[in-house]
Design a protein around this ligand. Sequence first.
Ligand SMILES: [Zn+2]
Length: 330
Amino acid sequence: MEKVEGRYHRQEILEGWNQGKIQQSTVLIAGVGALGSMVAVFLSLMGIGKLILVDMDTIELSNLNRQLLFTEKDIGEFKAKIAAQKLREINPSIHIVDLSKNLTEVPRKYFEESDVIVDGLDTFEARRWLNSLCVGLKKPLVHGGMYGWYGNIQVIIPYRTPCLECQPLLPRERFQKSCTPPGKKRENVEPPKFPGVSTISAVLSGIQAQETIKILLDLPTLIDNYLFYDGLSQSFTTIKLERNPKCIICSDEYRLEGIEYAIDKKETIRELKNRLTATLGLVAPIRVIHKTRFVEDDTKIEDMDLASGDLLFVYDKSLGKPLKLRAKIS
Ligand SMILES: [Zn+2]
């Protein structure tokens, strides 16, 4: 009698594959839209052990041109919840946690237990926050982004490869303008309208899922390269990336010493905050802590007990950990 091949047989015969390893692995997918939902499908087909799906958005009619897991009867439902239901049908053996909440409200334990984190987000601010958190927790991050016919992928292995903050390739201005203004709920704000087509998300999400699996299997990944995909000319371009020795998120110098930041003794904390927004892209509300105390906006630097070399800790909305500034008073 002919032997029945197991569910994963065709991938198990791939060189370097380790199904047991994949079934013991956990992946967190931040954003279950065009990219994230498809990455979730691919990882489910491959038999990933556990998926944690995070998305606070609900399904809209305009998502249905490129988000395969959702249908018209799902409109108005949470993406994470519906995605989890459909993925359980695709592969009932996978443990799926769905969290219909803002990324910043997700308990840290879910990030800590993940082996890889996948970026399926759509704003620069959220990506920046996720990048800083992943670097802080030393978790591999598979970034993917797309715009119309084009897309990009970057694999971040904290302290080994460049992080998202190391290099200026992200079009920050465009994404920052579409972010939720401080104090406003996202649902009250017009969301960004990016052109998007299912074939481009299929290519990009396929690559993201593949990089995720290769990280889990210790196979060669895209590290140190930024991958651009041009769906019009059908070309892939890789750009070599270098770690930025002054990176405020991942450089050793920063981790040990903080970033040296010139501060005028005549300026106020409010003026310092404005400069931090302009120079480092921090997002209000910004809080400044010196010697474990919050410093009020009206405080002048010269009235503080602040000397060159002292550390200031700065908290804002865009980073998952505080920024460490080493004062250089002039
Ligand atoms: Zn970096």
